[in-house]
Design a binder for this molecule. Structure first.
Ligand code: ADP
Length: 245
């Protein structure tokens, strides 16, 4: 009894501490963004500012606002999972939807897609699973700056009562140390690129929240230089929790 109670307290304490970490990281990140916006706005307001300076300042303000918007949508994604009703959806249709959205960006970056869809339906909130797939596809594309291949597979594992969606890439891969942290909120190795936009480290943590809310599992296998394989395991029926380890 006492041990059970202790375990419960530990889980609660861990949850509270991660909420605390999250809140202070968000506040910090927002503060940085606001400072950027204020500084560039002041620069543009100066009577001596040339047209070129004003244009550049406005570009930076737009970029910073987009970063703030991405942060908010990431946070909302974390808050919402679990509250919407699920429907039986053929998972291949979600893959198609995501590839339609990401297709142009993928071909622009010379990324080829190999699709292997076996018919399988699962009870999901379609928009949320699409968000997960989109995050995984974007990460895969970013891991292959010189182009490469993304393999997306769906299949049923009836013995375990689960549907699996696999998103694999031939990119840079992930080292052991990073591998233990990639699902943590705000963990990112992406530095601001030429557009001034780096990662915010929320993509995979949102993926995990969403998959947890579906009583599923998200797994990753990767090694430096060997690409990454993300596997989503979703229960085939709502009342049956995924038994996959
Ligand atoms: P972000 O993309 O904003 O950095 P994520 O939570 O989506 O945040 O990813 C966290 C980190 O995990 C990334 O910065 C990157 O280091 C690593 N990562 C995620 N997906 C891949 C992938 N397919 N290949 C290599 N590294 C990846």
């Amino acid at each position: 009894m006492f041990v059970e109670w202790l375990k419960e307290q530990l889980v609660r304490a861990q949850r509270l501490s991660s909420v605390g970490t999250l809140a202070s990281s968000v506040a910090h990140e927002f503060n940085n963004i606001l400072t950027t916006i204020l500084n560039y706005a002041k620069m543009a307001q100066k009577p001596s500012a040339t047209e070129a300076t004003k244009t550049q300042a406005l570009d930076r303000i737009v970029q910073a606002s987009q970063r703030a918007a991405a942060l908010v949508s990431g946070m909302l994604g974390m808050a919402r999972p679990g509250t919407q009703k699920r429907q039986m959806i053929e998972l291949g249709t979600l893959v198609d939807e995501v590839l339609l959205l990401a297709g142009k960006d993928l071909s622009k970056h010379r990324v080829r897609v190999e699709k292997k869809i076996s018919p399988v339906s699962a009870p999901v909130v379609a928009a949320q699973i699409e968000q997960v797939l989109l995050n995984l596809v974007i990460n895969a594309r970013q891991a292959m700056p010189e182009g490469g291949t993304i393999r997306i597979e769906t299949r049923e594992n009836s013995a375990l009562g689960i549907a699996e969606i696999i998103v694999a890439d031939s990119g840079c891969g992930i080292g052991t140390e990073a591998l233990s942290q990639i699902f943590e909120p705000f963990f990112t190795t992406k530095t601001p690129d030429s557009d001034g936009r780096g990662g915010n480290g929320l993509g995979l943590s949102v993926c995990r929240q969403i998959i947890d809310a579906h009583q599923g599992r998200i797994r990753v296998e990767s090694a430096p230089g060997r690409g990454a394989i993300f596997t989503l395991k979703l229960p085939l029926r709502e009342e049956t929790p995924a038994r996959a380890a």
